[in-house]
Design a protein around this ligand. Structure first.
Ligand code: GLA
Length: 385
């Protein structure tokens, strides 16, 4: 009898110790596997397969990224009732992304985000002709910019939060730009519902760099609704007026007394149709705001009254392109039914100013060998009860 009892205690202890150990292992492994999940996404017309990476944080917020264009295909955020919904525009089918993506939905933009006048610039006495893909100008790095390239993606092991490391090497002369540019971008989803984006780049010849992210947001979670009811605040006292082809004229104009004054939060739609020459040129808002302050700081806040969703943007860049989706033209289906109509998404693209390589009064976008390009932007989601 005694022996049976000793044996049972021994077996019981063994089971408890072994069982606990197994449980710990299970937690470690499943934790890592669950916060970044990899799956097949689609196949390009050339037969290359595309992978999708799904990042999940402890609250259940999810971000989906593909290795084509470093594109964010989905990003969920909670409303005031705790309901997580996708708040970024995108296509319903993978083909949408690699058959043109005329809107640059969700993409990483490089080597130069925004426009360069007449698709040329000079560096150290040499003139470079780059791809002319937007009337007389070059837009977002050219037709085959970084948004059309395959990025190598690694899941960063032992990172505090789910993190992807995306790398792309742009050859010397690609789209007309000088220098081989090695680019690394980190996407991190933190537990306070923020997407942190860190950009790094190095070159072997003098070149120009201006990297950004082109996600379109619609905080209603319904992509058939316009974004004119969203309330926006931008910490900028000045903006850059543009000419007919959306190139800054060089003037740094005070926002005070103009529809471009977002220093105090107001709805995007409040003055978007005002009789204003700059709004006519942009077909709405499609301008760069000169951000107040320096270093990583809060630069903009968007609030959607109906759902309570808030998005706050932080960056260390000097400018932000606030674009009110004026070129969305209803040609494609949205992820929530209907078509991608006029002004159903907005972008806040953090960056250096457009056409900086041709405008000596703007902060420089030149990168020389031995220097490291570094920049950071955060999109943080919360709610107002
Ligand atoms: C940027 C530009 C816009 C437009 C979109 C893409 O935001 O500023 O003018 O070209 O990209 O459609």
């Amino acid at each position: 009898m005694k022996e049976i009892t000793y044996n049972s205690i021994f077996i019981l202890l063994f089971l408890i110790i072994f069982g606990c150990k197994k449980e710990n292992n299970k937690q470690d492994i499943s934790g890592k596997m669950e916060n970044v999940h990899t799956s097949d996404y689609g196949i390009t017309p050339k037969g290359d397969s595309i992978k999708k990476y799904t990042l999940t944080n402890k609250n259940g917020m999810k971000i989906e990224v593909i290795n084509f264009g470093g594109i964010i295909t989905s990003l969920t955020a909670p409303d005031r009732n705790g309901k997580y919904e996708d708040v970024v525009l995108g296509f319903t089918k993978p083909e949408g992304y690699f058959e043109g993506n005329p809107y640059y939905f969700g993409a990483l933009i490089g080597r130069y985000g925004n426009r360069i006048a007449n698709a040329k610039f000079s560096l150290e006495g040499k003139t470079f002709e780059i791809d002319k893909n937007d009337g007389p100008n070059s837009l977002h790095g050219g037709k085959e910019g970084f948004h059309t390239r395959f990025w190598n993606i690694e899941v960063v092991k032992d990172a505090k939060f789910p993190t992807l490391k995306l790398s792309y090497t742009s050859a010397d002369g690609e789209e007309g730009y000088p220098g081989k540019l090695t680019t690394t971008v980190f996407y991190t989803l933190t537990d306070d519902n923020a997407l942190e984006i860190s950009y790094e780049a190095e070159t072997d010849k003098p070149t120009v760099v201006n990297l950004t992210q082109h996600s379109y947001f619609n905080l209603s979670g319904n992509f058939t609704k316009t974004i004119t009811d969203h309330e926006l605040q931008i910490n900028a006292d000045h903006f850059l007026p543009v000419n007919e082809t959306l190139i800054p004229t060089g003037e740094q104009k005070a926002v005070k007394g103009t529809p471009f004054d977002f220093t105090v939060s107001k709805s995007i739609g409040k003055e978007i149709n005002a009789d204003d020459d700059q709004l006519k040129k942009g077909k709405g808002y499609d301008h760069n705001w000169i951000l107040n302050g320096k270093g990583l700081r809060s630069i903009a806040k968007v609030y959607h009254p109906e759902t309570g969703r808030i998005m706050e943007v932080f960056t260390d860049e000097p400018g932000v392109q606030f674009y009110s989706g004026n070129f969305l033209d209803g040609k494609f289906d949205t992820k929530t039914g209907g078509k991608n109509e006029f002004r159903t998404g907005f972008c806040l693209e953090t960056q250096h100013f457009p056409d900086s390589p041709n405008q000596s009064s703007f902060p420089s976008t030149e990168l020389k060998p031995g220097q490291k390009y570094q920049s950071k932007t955060i999109y943080k989601f919360s709610v107002k009860k």
